[in-house]
Design a protein around this ligand. Sequence first.
Ligand code: MN
Ligand code: ZN
Length: 500
Amino acid sequence: MSDAVKVGFVPLSAAPRGILVVFCDDALKYGPATRKALGAAANLVTRAAATNRFKGKSRSTLDILAPEGLKAPRLIVIGVGKPSEIKDNDFLKLGGVAAGKLRAGNDAVTIIAELPDGAMKPDQVAAVASGVRLRAYRFDRYKTKKKDGEDAALRAEISLAVGDVAAARKAFAPGAHLVDGVIAARDLVNEPPNVLYPIEFARRASQLRKLGVDVEILDVKAMTKLGMGALLGVAQGSTQPGRTVIMRWNGGKRGDRPVAFIGKGVCFDTGGISIKPAGNMEDMKGDMGGAACVVGLMHALAARKAKLNVVGAIGLVENMPDGNAQRPGDIVTSMSGQTIEIINTDAEGRLVLADVLWYVAKKFKPKFMVDLATLTGAIMVALGTEYAGLFSNNDELAGRLEKVGMETGERVWRMPLGPEYDKLIDSQFADVKNTGGRHGGSITAAQFLQRFVDDTPWAHLDIAGTAMGAPKTDINQSWGSGFGVRLLERLVAEYYETRK
Ligand code: MN
Ligand code: ZN
């Protein structure tokens, strides 16, 4: 298990068990239940704060071992800053900070979910609980010698003391499914490529059937019949055959057009014949981060029985150099009928997506399509690892993604598309070529994809900098971040779900 933390809720009035976690503001003020729990130890906290220059700044912490006058073996005080400046998405981080202070072997923890002016609201409590679980996640299933150190998994029972237990449970229920979805995505990204090849990835996606998702797996024969020559051209260099997986959640009205999410699932990318240098090539096990996100998102939406119709589609291949691998100079025919000249076999993700995007656009006529792909190193040159690149043919969809990006902290930055860039990918032998040269590499990749979406409202997220190896945060210490699951779940919830 990568997630051994149990989070539950108890009333604020209950006597705290185990390690005690409390919140204070930048005037070192606590809420009434916290004051009561601290009792005579409040003076101790004031003295310790002065010694440690702890001023209650947002997400700062004060850690007191064996505090005199308290039963708790340890007291952790977390600052929330100036009360008027607390934002909605701070609560997730506060939960993350709390979990970040805990070490392996902790068995009981009580977090008093209270601000200086009283109990946190149910949504805020739910966010703290989600933050705790997201931060506590470790991928350690291949470590046979688990030390009691920093990297060992936390195995704690964490109680959040809250004003209204029933309301907190209700608010956390969808959040818990969302956390499960993020963790499912992280697990997939973290798995080694000898374990997670296309057939195995498809098998794991098919476990969504337990949640009522309809899962269809297209094998090589089915894809050949459909004419998916672009995807199959990539897959042909590997002994592991490719797959396309179509996941459908029908939570909306019958016949209602679905929304669609498409993920690049290159289970390992050597670059193919245009082989990559050896340094850090192991990271290319994460070249399926887009597909992992789509699976995690489908999990989150199905588990909470989202009220809309959703299609998730992932193209799964392994890009290998081999006697049967495709060559630079090859020309393949995509499902759309457009021919593609292969210039560089390492620009394979767009070839996979070209066929899956076209298939979804034609078969399901979705309201919109969002694809996610660890597509280009160039997006990291442009944006670093803080923002994913956003490309879109639709201003409304792009604006919504930017907004939910700010709300969830999974931020996206819009980049240009335009017919001027098309010239860079015009081919002298085919309809289009698969690379556009060194300049604007992320843009020409997106411009390529646009030729395969027809007039469907569409957005492309280049998550090469955010899905794996991004800097660790308050809510993520894992190499695979699960980026995009929370972003797109929020997009759906805010704009596309019919409410009761
Ligand atoms: Mn590549
Ligand atoms: Zn790739």
